[in-house]
Write a protein that binds this ligand. Structure first.
Ligand code: PGA
Length: 257
C-alpha cells in the first residue's frame, strides 16, 4: 500500500452467492463489526438483483456497491444484459470487468473488456479490471508478457484524465478459489510490473495514482502480508468476503493510518 499517492480498496466479489435474505443477514452481521473504515475504501460487488438492497443496507457504513459485470452497449436488444446506466441509477460505484470466470465461461475477451472499460468510464462507474495468468502460462515464463498485454488491451484508447477512476486487479488464475495464494513477493512483483506498464503508457504521475489490487484466496491470515507490498493497494476477495468476520479482518488489515 502507499496511501500517500493512491486509495487502498478492499472489494468483496460475491459471485453467484447470497439471496436477498442472505444479503440482509450479512448486513446485520457486518455493520456492527465494520464501523466506518477511514483509511481504506470498502466495496461489495454483489449479484445484480441484490444491488438496490445492498446500496441501502451498507450506506451508513460507507461501503460502496459494485456490480460483477456490465454490458458495453448503452441499451438495445441484448437479452439478459445490464447496462452501465442502469447500474449507475441504482447507486452503483464500481464494476468488475474481465473477471477470469467471465473470460473462461462467458466468452469475455480482451476486446470486450476494453469496450466495457470505455462504457464504464463514460457512464461514470469505476471499473475494476481483472488480469491474470494461468498456471501453465506462469510455468512457461510468460506471466509478465501476458499481463502487460492484458493491461494494454484493457486500457487501449482510455485517456489519461480517466485513469484516476480505473482500478486494476491482479488475479492469478491458479490462486482463485483454490486456497492457494500467491506469495507476497509474487503478488508484489506482478503489481509492480503492472504499474510499470501504466507508467510507460501514461507517465509517472498517473501510474503512482492507480490502485492495483491483488486477488486470489486472499484471507484474514495472509492479507496484512500481501498489503505490505508497496504496489499492492488492496484486494479483490471472493470466498472470504462471504463471511462477515473474515471480511472485516481483511478490511482491518488495510485500514491502517
Ligand atoms: P477467491 O476469489 O478470493 O475466492 O480466490 C477471488 C476472485 O475471484 O475475485
Amino acid at each position: 500500500m502507499n496511501r500517500r499517492y493512491r486509495k487502498t480498496i478492499i472489494a468483496g466479489n460475491w459471485k453467484m452467492n447470497k439471496t436477498l435474505s442472505e444479503t440482509r443477514a450479512f448486513a446485520d452481521e457486518l455493520k456492527p463489526l465494520l464501523g466506518k473504515p477511514k483509511w481504506c475504501e470498502v466495496v461489495l460487488c454483489v449479484p445484480y438483483v441484490n444491488i438496490p438492497a445492498a446500496v441501502r443496507l451498507f450506506k451508513e457504513n460507507r461501503v460502496a456497491i459494485g456490480a460483477e459485470n456490465c454490458h458495453f452497449e448503452s441499451h438495445g436488444a441484448y437479452t439478459g444484459e445490464v447496462s452501465v446506466e442502469m447500474l449507475k441509477e441504482l447507486g452503483v460505484k464500481y464494476v468488475i470487468i474481465g473477471h477470469s470466470e467471465r473470460r473462461q465461461y462467458y466468452n469475455e475477451t480482451d476486446f470486450t473488456v476494453n469496450k466495457k472499460v470505455h462504457a464504464a468510464l463514460e457512464g461514470g462507474l469505476y471499473p475494476i479490471v481483472c488480469v491474470g495468468e494461468s498456471l501453465e502460462q506462469r510455468e512457461l515464463g510468460v506471466t509478465m508478457d501476458l499481463i502487460s498485454y492484458q493491461v494494454k488491451a484493457a486500457l487501449a484508447g482510455v485517456p489519461a484524465d480517466k485513469m484516476r477512476h480505473v482500478v486494476i486487479a491482479y488475479e492469478p488464475l491458479w490462486a482463485i478459489g483454490t486456497g492457494k495464494t500467491a506469495t507476497a513477493e509474487q503478488a508484489g512483483e506482478v503489481c509492480e510490473a503492472i504499474r510499470a506498464v501504466i507508467r510507460k503508457l501514461y507517465g509517472a504521475r498517473v501510474a503512482r495514482s492507480v490502485t492495483i489490487q491483488y486477488g486470489g484466496s486472499m484471507n484474514a491470515k495472509n492479507a496484512a502480508e500481501l498489503l505490505a507490498q508497496p504496489d499492492v493497494d488492496g484486494g479483490l476477495i471472493g470466498g472470504a468476503a462471504l463471511k462477515a468476520p473474515d471480511f472485516v479482518e481483511i478490511v482491518n488489515a488495510a485500514n491502517q493510518e
